[in-house]
Design a protein around this ligand. Structure first.
Ligand SMILES: [Zn+2]
Length: 244
């Protein structure tokens, strides 16, 4: 991976792109691939796609999804605790103690997921498991009014703040590798085709779809526009070398 590719990947991974709020990530992605493609477009839902060699009868699409799972503010209690629901398949069992960014009209508000301490989980609560009902976010406010004064309202999206990091000089860790790595890979295809001056006998559509995490909606919608003859879709999968 050369310097330019790595800079893009770091920037792309560092930006939050929750389902329904993919615009900034799409801008980063389009900015990177624009010099390598003949055309680019967005649809009204926010899906971005670029075309190499447009106008050919045979159309090939390579695709990734631009969005990531997150949480929504669902309810603010009188005591100022924020209760959440999922935006995509977020896992409440790994939420406790995680630091979060709440995306508000006034900008990012920091918070942390709360959870009863081990000392107080006794008796009937000994095997208490995190559920959507009993996890909450603390933003350091004493009541609902203080939470609202920070700009937080029902419907704000919430992401973790985990950044990009390389471990053991060969592995990446970070938030939303699902599916920034797909977006990165298809962008690199455009770059390599351009730099190696490869001429394709077909039109290549490079597609970064929105709303995958809530039901593959972006891909379904853009397929009607592009109507490709064949599509190759990238996404992450599970590491089967780890326990369970
Ligand atoms: Zn995915």
């Amino acid at each position: 991976m050369d310097k330019k590719s790595k800079k893009f990947l770091k920037e792309y991974l560092g930006n939050a792109s929750p389902t329904g709020h993919e615009t900034k990530g799409q801008e980063l992605w389009l900015d990177y691939i624009m010099p390598y493609v003949d055309e680019w477009h967005t649809d009204v839902y926010g899906t971005a796609y670029a075309i190499i060699n447009p106008g050919k009868k045979y159309r090939v699409a390579i695709e990734s999804h631009a969005d990531e799972i997150s949480w929504y503010v669902n309810y603010i209690s009188d005591k100022g605790n924020i209760h959440v629901i999922r935006n995509g398949g977020s896992d409440q069992t790994i939420a406790a103690s995680r630091r979060v960014n709440i995306h508000t009209p006034k900008g990012i508000v920091r918070g942390v997921f709360g959870w009863p301490a081990i000392h107080v989980r006794k008796g009937k609560d000994a095997n208490l498991a995190p559920t959507l009902e009993n996890i909450f976010i603390d933003v350091g406010a004493n009541n609902k009014k203080e939470v609202e004064e920070l700009g937080i309202h029902v419907g704000c999206v919430i992401t973790y703040d985990d950044g990009y990091e390389e471990i053991n000089k060969k592995c990446f860790i970070g938030r939303a590798l699902d599916n920034r790595l797909g977006g990165y890979c298809i962008a690199e295809v455009a770059r390599q085709l351009h730099e190696e001056k490869i001429k394709l006998p077909y039109s290549l559509y490079i597609v970064n779809s929105v709303q995958e995490e809530v039901g593959l909606h972006g891909a379904q919608m853009i397929a009607q526009t592009i109507r490709p003859d064949v599509a190759i879709v990238t996404d992450v999968t599970h590491d089967t070398s780890t326990p369970d």
